[in-house]
Design a protein around this ligand. Sequence first.
Ligand code: URA
Length: 231
Amino acid sequence: MRRLDQTLANLGYCSRREARDWLRAGRVRVAGEIADDPGQRVAAAAVTVDGEPLDHPEGLLLLFHKPAGLVCSHEAREGPSVYDALPERWRRRNPAVTSIGRLDKETTGLLLLTDLPDLVHRLTSPKHKVPKVYRAMLDSPVPGEAAERFAAGTLVLPGEESPCAPAVLEVLGPRETRLTLTEGRYHQVRRMFADLGATVVALHRESFGSLTLAGVEPGAWRVLPPGTFSA
Ligand code: URA
């Protein structure tokens, strides 16, 4: 259990100093009783502010439909970010809401965001082999040998030592493909096609494991239960 003022600060409500004012104003209750001690140890689920339960006290897990033009970075100098799309209070949470893996600035599609650091570590670990499905549009006809080369599990990307895990390529049209990866290396899809001399001109992630973007418009999100990936 955490201090009450820390609980409010970690969930992005206010600073610890402001929490004292909120308590004095009678805005905060614990188990229904007006709270007056900012150092009181509390279960976040028992706290209300202005009569409302706290916002996702058990952690946030979001399925975000990333539009093009947003970076997966907390560095303001890198330009508009996926985090700018979220409500202010979520952006102030500690631990910070962060992406589970990254999509390039111009890549669209399914991106998971969470403030649960253990989940980030688990789902980005090389041991976690969840299939991620991408639609990739190329600048030129799909090379004839692409599917075989990607499936072989022998493709070593420049600057790397271990080959990419076998990946499944479906050819959807003369320049359009669907590629299923079970890992998430830096710019992996673009670099795999570059190895064959093709440039990816549009990239979209359709799914992550069994999760899809169904019903989630670009720039919008769906809140998932934090236990979605529990064994
Ligand atoms: N592979 C890429 O090249 N870019 C992405 O954004 C995701 C996978």
